[in-house]
Design a protein around this ligand. Structure first.
Ligand code: MN
Length: 505
């Protein structure tokens, strides 16, 4: 390794320290420095396939973590993440020098990193293990994301078949998990870095098609921004910022596939994003937008009142720009506008990672935060609330509990509330399986249907089609609203049939 490259990497240390300090005024910068020098010394002499000194890699990962607003402990673990695997220093050395919290994060990262994506049949299994690791400590997953971003950035240095495997794994597993954790920016980054390696032809096609449109639309958007900015001032709505955001390429590609590859149907190729201080101002700003531009029917979405399942909040509207901006038929007529508060914006970009900015490092607080809707279950509940089918007091049951992840024998992940039973599990899979279940195996051991399930359990359900519906006692045992609803309706049906059969005219 040349002296020069080492100096370059060392120069990034002040940049890292500055970035950490921006989000955490009282961060332990000494810890970061000593983790850096520890890693630098351990990796010294080693070179990445790209020719860079090895330390450039953990440094890049640490910078990504700092950008996400993570705390010094997580960033130190990020700097050390490849030390036990690739150097003469061991996990014990790390524990001795940096304590058990950092050592256990590094250990988690090393463990998860050993999982290799080996084609579609291994997909679920890997996904499951990642979920289990996540349930233990989400920071392990965040470090893994940061690690993966830099690996994708330097993917060209690897042989083609390895490139494809890593890129596909990033697209199919990492980006999916980032999305579930509400990490919009990470999801977009992972997908756009992996896209050209997984679908090279489609990527080339998209670039050719879309780049000229980007250029053209950009020019229009800039004029439109100034117009909206003036309108906000005139109406006395204070905004923090207004700008045009370009859609991520892979997400654009997927949207095009749903729209017959017709770019004219994509209204958010460049969307306008308005950031304000509070929720009331979001609605005020929306009012101003609709006063100066005609909204498209059916395109106003209030994700503030009804957040997406992963917690996303914003107001979306799609408008016709005023006539003076529509310089021809194709460009600049229809634009999507997104309005949100600063806090909603950070939450949308960083998802679960954003909580470290506001709450410090107590993982328990973050997991207990009832504002994190990251289960599909909740999406269903929200649908029911909208439809008025559910009372607010029944909502608390699923909502405020912690979740556990258990697996089917095939390896599918099922999310259940804490203390859920095999009965809940059976109903989660299918109502018939719930109604007909007679017994269970947990981790290959015969178990009672009322046993409390634990994180990571593999659950198998035995069922008999001849079973005449659920046991009424189950109502006091089950933990999910879903199971309770199905048991009630099956019992009602049974009673009605009974009454019908025993009524004489
Ligand atoms: Mn690494």
């Amino acid at each position: 390794m040349s002296e020069e490259t080492l100096i370059y990497t060392n120069q990034r240390l002040p940049e890292l320290l500055k970035l950490i300090k921006k989000n955490h005024k009282h961060a332990d910068l000494k810890l970061i420095k000593s983790a850096y020098f520890f890693a630098e010394e351990a990796h010294r002499g080693a070179v990445r396939k790209s020719g860079e000194p090895y330390i450039a890699h953990p440094m890049a990962a640490a910078l990504t973590l700092a950008e996400m607003g993570l705390d010094a402990t997580t960033i130190a673990a990020g700097l050390l993440h490849d030390v036990p695997e690739d150097t003469h220093k061991t996990l014990q050395d790390i524990e001795q020098q940096f304590g058990s919290e950092i050592a256990s994060l590094v250990e988690g990262v090393t463990k998860v990193g050993k999982l290799k994506y080996r084609g579609i049949e291994r997909y679920m299994e890997n996904l499951c293990r990642m979920f289990v690791a996540m349930a233990k400590d989400i920071r392990v997953i965040l470090i893994r994301f940061a690690d993966r971003v830099h690996n994708l950035e330097t993917l060209n240095a690897l042989p083609p078949e390895k490139r494809h495997r890593i890129a596909l794994e990033s697209l199919e597993i990492y980006a999916q998990i980032a999305n579930r954790l509400g990490m919009g920016q990470m999801k977009g980054k992972l997908e756009d870095l992996a896209f050209p390696y997984v679908y090279p032809k489609e990527y080339q096609w998209l670039i050719k098609k879309v780049v000229p449109e980007f250029v053209e639309k950009r020019e229009f958007i800039d004029r439109f921004l100034a117009y909206l900015n003036d309108a906000m001032k005139k109406h006395g709505v204070k905004i923090i910022s207004i700008d045009g955001r370009t859609k991520y390429l892979y997400s654009l590609y997927k949207k095009l596939l749903h729209n017959n590859r017709d770019l004219n149907k994509i209204y958010d190729l460049i969307a306008i994003r308005i950031i304000v201080d509070n929720v009331a101002q979001c609605y005020e700003a929306l009012g101003v937008v609709h006063e100066v531009c005609k909204p498209l029917k059916g395109r106003i979405k209030d994700y503030i009142a009804q957040p997406k399942p992963n917690g996303y909040q914003s107001l979306h509207t799609t408008v016709f720009s005023p006539p003076q901006f529509a310089k021809d038929e194709i460009y600049g007529q229809i634009v999507e506008i997104q309005i949100r508060t600063q806090q909603m914006h950070i939450a949308a970009e960083y998802g679960i990672a954003a909580h470290w900015r506001y709450k410090g490092t107590r993982l328990a607080d973050i997991l207990h935060d009832s504002k994190l809707h990251w289960t599909q279950n909740l999406a269903n509940l929200q649908e029911q609330i909208k439809g008025g089918q559910i009372l607010l007091d029944t909502l608390k049951i699923d909502f405020l509990q912690n979740y556990i992840f258990v697996f089917t024998p095939r390896g599918d992940v099922i999310e259940l509330p804490e203390d859920a039973t095999p009965i809940d599990f059976a109903y989660e899979i299918h109502s018939d399986l719930g109604n007909q279940c007679t017994g269970a195996k947990i981790n290959d051991q015969i178990a009672n249907l009322t046993t409390t399930l634990k994180n990571g359990d593999v659950v198998e359900i035995f069922s008999t089609p001849s079973r005449k519906g659920p046991n009424p006692d189950w109502l006091s045992v089950v933990k999910t609203q879903h199971a309770r609803d199905h048991i009630r309706s099956a019992l009602n049906k049974k009673r009605n049939t009974f009454l019908q059969n025993n009524t004489t005219d």
